[in-house]
Design a protein around this ligand. Structure first.
Ligand SMILES: [Ca+2]
Ligand SMILES: [Ca+2]
Length: 512
């Protein structure tokens, strides 16, 4: 197990500085390594997060740009490091940027535990970054702090914001923090038998649980993580295991993030089982800006497969609009903790494309999980974390894995439509056709006058309908932004035809 050593002089200097600043508590361990000389990348101008399209990448599984940090990597082992790193992500950032996404979420990048654990029945390593062993440095298997800073700068240069995944709740299995005399009393662990039985004090998945209720632990964790954000110019955090840390902690976290970073520093939290109602306690106290919508994947996949009545699905989508004002849901079709959508659909690309069209046509932040836009098969854990498919391109670790360029073009179209039409991101939702397999709803943004009619046909034959044309279209002819369906005016009405198992976004160009 790695044990960091730090110069005594640095410790002394930090202590002196803290005492001089009149700190109430003296941390037992330094909050941060010596600050690097490079300035944080310049921030992007503010823009509403409701309009962002977020891309989530597991760095180890994307692109290997530095073979020299691959010691111990084994691409044939599902639970091992595969060699992907910040250098690879930086070198191939345009693979992501050219989709049109506007924000990037990267997994935790701090130093993780060195060896594997065997609880899953196979050697399982911290390639995902959620098993921290040293919060004060970047895992060399991922790269360096300077590379992460360069990544943030490269993203900002492309207008892309960066969210770093941060875990405040727990450390990695067997972390050195359990034995370090400075921190050993700061954690609960199963080995000691002192894990609690409630959400806050239990040891999630047997992981050592930080005693975040102790001010010195809380302050040190906040010092370390907010320090990363400040030095790297991050735009926000994706927060792990939110329900396992107290509301008091999250309120202090928010207060300090605003005071020390930026008023708009964005906080997207993982509250397991989250939806508009479940997340509200964290929104009510303004602890988070946004939370993942755990209901969307199942609801959308069920509907495209013909399960459940359309009117009930429409009620569900309408209920998503009742999120507390100023806060957002984030909807995903796949992530690292659930079986992916394409896998759940048994590879049915037509229904997968419909589900993706739904994801980009509802309020909240659409989250694309790396590779699903090119048909990465995914699967149940751990196959849901397989290598990014690069096809014929000579990029490890996913070189040679097949990819679906037509599906990628579909995603580019969805992202472009979403970015061009504020109604898709901010509009009001209203069900129009909700009786059968043809489902039509409108998204209407009063501020811009933009209206999009979203039509999906889950039936096995083409469907037709006659609908009132939105008044905002003022006699102009709509087109299907997705290219498959047809609409024509018939007096004040609109006659639409949607092919079987397809989706359409009907709109007129905005701002005319
Ligand atoms: Ca590497
Ligand atoms: Ca906890």
């Amino acid at each position: 197990m790695h044990r960091p050593t730090r110069p005594a002089a640095l410790l002394a200097a930090l202590l002196a500085a803290l005492l001089a600043a009149g700190c109430r508590t003296v941390p037992a361990v330094p909050a941060a390594p010596p600050s690097a000389a490079a300035a944080a990348p310049a921030p992007l101008p503010p823009r509403p997060w409701s309009d962002e399209v977020l891309y989530f990448v597991l760095v180890d599984r994307f692109a290997d740009g530095d073979l020299s940090n691959d010691a111990g990597a084994d691409r044939a082992a599902k639970g091992a490091f595969h060699g992907g790193d910040l250098a690879g992500l930086l070198a191939h950032l345009d693979e992501i940027a050219s989709l049109g996404v506007t924000a990037l979420w990267v997994n935790p990048l701090v130093k993780n535990i060195d060896g594997p654990v065997y609880g899953a029945g196979f050697p399982d390593w911290g390639y995902h970054g959620y098993w921290a062993d040293d919060l004060t440095r970047i895992d060399p298997r991922f790269g360096t702090e300077e590379q992460l800073r360069r990544l943030v700068a490269a993203c900002h240069a492309r207008g892309i914001r960066v969210l770093l995944d941060v875990v405040y709740n727990h450390a990695g299995y067997g972390t050195h923090y359990l034995t370090d005399p400075r921190t050993r009393d700061w954690l609960r662990s199963p080995d000691r038998g002192d894990c609690g039985t409630d959400d806050l004090t239990s040891c999630v998945a047997g992981l050592p649980d930080w005693k975040t209720e102790r001010p010195e632990v809380r302050d040190w964790l906040l010092d370390v993580q907010l320090g990363w954000a400040r030095r790297l110019g991050l735009d926000g955090f994706r927060l792990d295991t939110v329900k396992h840390v107290s509301h008091d902690f999250w309120k202090e976290h928010r207060r300090r993030a605003r005071a020390e970073l930026a008023p708009g520093f964005f906080l997207l939290g993982e509250v397991w089982g989250g939806d508009a109602q479940v997340l509200d306690p964290w929104f009510e106290g303004d602890e988070l800006d946004a939370g993942f919508d755990f209901g969307f994947q199942g609801s959308a996949l069920a509907w495209v497969q013909g399960r459940g009545r359309t009117v009930a699905f429409d009620r569900y989508l309408a209920s998503r609009m009742r999120v507390r004002p100023g806060h957002l849901l984030a909807q995903y079709l796949s992530n690292h903790d659930v079986p992916g959508a394409l896998f759940q659909l048994h590879g049915d690309l037509a229904r997968f494309r419909m589900a993706a069209a739904l994801q980009f046509a509802v309020s909240g932040i659409p989250v694309v999980y790396y590779g699903e836009e090119v048909g990465r098969p995914g699967g149940a854990w751990p196959d849901n974390r397989s290598d990014f498919p690069w096809g014929e391109r000579k990029i490890l670790p996913g070189e040679g894995r097949p990819r679906d360029e037509a599906l990628r073009a579909w995603y580019r179209r969805l992202v472009a439509a979403r970015r061009a039409h504020p109604a898709l991101s901010r509009g009001e939702h209203r069900g129009i056709e909700t009786a059968g397999d043809l489902y039509v709803f409108s998204r209407r943004d009063p501020a811009s006058g933009d209206v999009v009619l979203v039509a999906l046909n889950r039936g096995v034959t083409a469907a037709e309908a006659r609908l009132p044309a939105p008044a905002e279209w003022a006699g102009r002819e709509p087109e299907d932004l997705l290219g498959a369906a047809a609409a024509r005016r018939a007096g004040g009405d609109l006659s639409i035809r949607v092919p079987s198992l397809s989706a359409a976004y009907f709109a007129v160009p905005p701002g005319r």
